[in-house]
Design a protein around this ligand. Structure first.
Ligand code: NAD
Length: 282
């Protein structure tokens, strides 16, 4: 398993930038984040700036190295681990490695995910299995391996990234929408089962957020002669706030849900969709 590290000692001090002004709301905590680009990258950096020691798990080794490099430049305690979160052996090993290095797990944030397109007729069996494995089975696997470590620490907080598409969806995203709706159900189930362990479990359902996934969608779905930027503006215009969200806006919500100011929230989904679900598309 390939590991990239910022090389800084556990909970070393921060210097400069936003980190200098930010509350150290994760001081002494250990966080695991899945996904090392987009929202996962933003969440990992936000938690590390808050004082957490972070292990970020990702399948994309180039992205892992890039994130570890960014953390190193910012003086953050953040290591990345190459792992396929749909594979039990990878997840088990990554959590064991996190605990060996940082002593336990307090926070888990599941951001790894893929987008597939198709109806139930046009979606191949391979695509269906892959989207359910990466988006949903990974949530089972990370919870399965992380929760026993959290119990040993006396509790913890888990945040899953679902999607507004788990509530109400577009056409042609059958597998993706099913995986995200199932995350809402699994969030409730995990919250009930582990409230007694002092573990809170919530989900975030973003609308369109500017990440590599959205840029890919903008390139795929753009009309003839329409550039990616124009398509992203078009996505944004569908949201009552008139724009797509930023990674930082989602990372701040994740940090709030995982942090000390959200102690009485569990089993809930939090929309961060620019008002998308509040309206009717008429
Ligand atoms: N960007 C949006 O508009 C949007 C909206 C709603 C929900 N989401 C959800 O947010 C989450 C993060 O997506 P993003 O927008 O940051 O896109 P992204 O593509 O930048 O991030 C997804 C990450 O998951 C990683 N990944 C994919 N398969 C993996 C696997 N098997 N094992 C480990 N890592 C794997 C990718 O390498 C990537 O780093 C996803 O679950 C996505 O469904 C995104």
């Amino acid at each position: 398993m390939q590991v990239e590290s910022s090389g800084r000692p556990h909970n070393a001090g921060l210097t400069g930038g936003k980190a200098g002004r930010m509350e150290r709301d994760f001081e002494g905590k250990v966080a695991v984040v899945t996904g090392t680009t987009g929202i996962g990258e933003g969440a990992a950096l936000r938690l590390a700036r808050g004082g957490a020691s972070v292990c970020a798990l990702g399948i994309d080794t180039a992205a892992n190295a890039r994130l570890a490099g960014m953390a190193r430049e910012q003086g953050l305690v953040l290591q990345t681990i190459a792992a396929d979160v749909s594979k039990a052996a990878d997840v088990e090993k990554a959590f064991a490695e996190t605990v060996a290095r940082f002593g336990g797990i307090d926070v888990l944030v599941n951001c790894a995910g893929i987008q597939t397109y198709g109806t139930v007729v046009t979606t191949t069996l391979e695509d269906w299995d892959r989207v359910i494995d990466v988006n949903l089975k990974s949530i089972y696997l990370t919870g399965h391996f992380a929760i026993p470590y959290m119990i040993r620490r006396g509790g913890g907080a888990i945040v899953h990234i679902a999607s507004v598409q788990g509530h109400a969806c577009q056409r042609n995203v059958a597998g993706y929408a099913a995986s995200k709706g199932a995350i809402h159900a699994l969030t409730r189930s995990m919250a009930l089962d582990h409230a007694k362990d002092n573990i809170r479990v919530n989900s975030v359902s973003p609308g369109s957020v500017r990440t590599p996934m959205l840029e890919f969608a903008a390139r795929e779905l753009g009309g003839p002669g329409q550039g990616m930027e124009d398509k992203i503006v078009e996505f944004g215009a569908k949201h009552p706030l008139g724009r797509v969200g930023t990674i930082e806006e989602i990372a701040d919500l994740i940090a709030f849900l995982a942090g000390p100011h959200c102690g009485f929230c569990t089993g809930a989904d939090f929309l961060a969709d620019g008002g998308l679900k509040a309206g009717l598309s008429v």
